[in-house]
Unconditional design. Sequence first.
Length: 252
Amino acid sequence: MIVAIDYGPAADPHDGPADPVDDPIWLEPYPDTHLGLQGPTGPDARYEQREAVELAFIAALQHLPARQRAVLILRDVLGFSARETAEALDTTPVSVDNALQRAHKTVEERLPSQSQQQTLRLLGDDELGQVVERYIAAWEHNDVDAMVSMLAEDARMVMPPLPSWYSGRDQVAAFLREYVLAGVYGWRLIPTSANGQPALAAYAWDEQTDAYMPHCVMALTLRGDEIEEITSFLTPDVFPRFDLPASVQGNP
């Protein structure tokens, strides 16, 4: 389970994206509702839950051994007990505890200076909502300049299962201008959340169905009010997981 940044160097945006890699190696978006991150719990409890999910996904992206990765997700994300985890993995509770300790140590050594959940909490719901609204307006109007104004200077764009990724505001802008936001597509975006992060479900206009059809789920990683990374999961088959509509009606 890796991301494009681990798969190879940043691509030249003028070359266009490479063909998809079909091997099941990519992290996929997962709805927060299925992770128990939305509901009646208080804000502090939700914050801690989201932090646990974020740490688990960081660990998955940074190549924890398979057993440690499985233990971390079962224990910290899904809330399994040591005994339940041991039964699921055909091992012992002692081995589970040891694997979890090693996984936590690896994650702590490689944590960013500020977690995404800390960033979102400092930003606040109102300002986060404004960022999402600006993003939707820019994308739906194919407004590259407005989109670029939201990016950090070292922003990245990755698009699993494509191995191509783009590094730096100028490179991301060149790719958006030449391909995604070149005016070829009409777009409609619906806010959602995935992997404990703000996300957008993007629908692209399809003349055959005369509707906007599922295209990708874009998870946003923020640094303050700037976008540090856009992870655009080009896997429209995941839309039912998010209880998203099968299509969006409207004019292109």
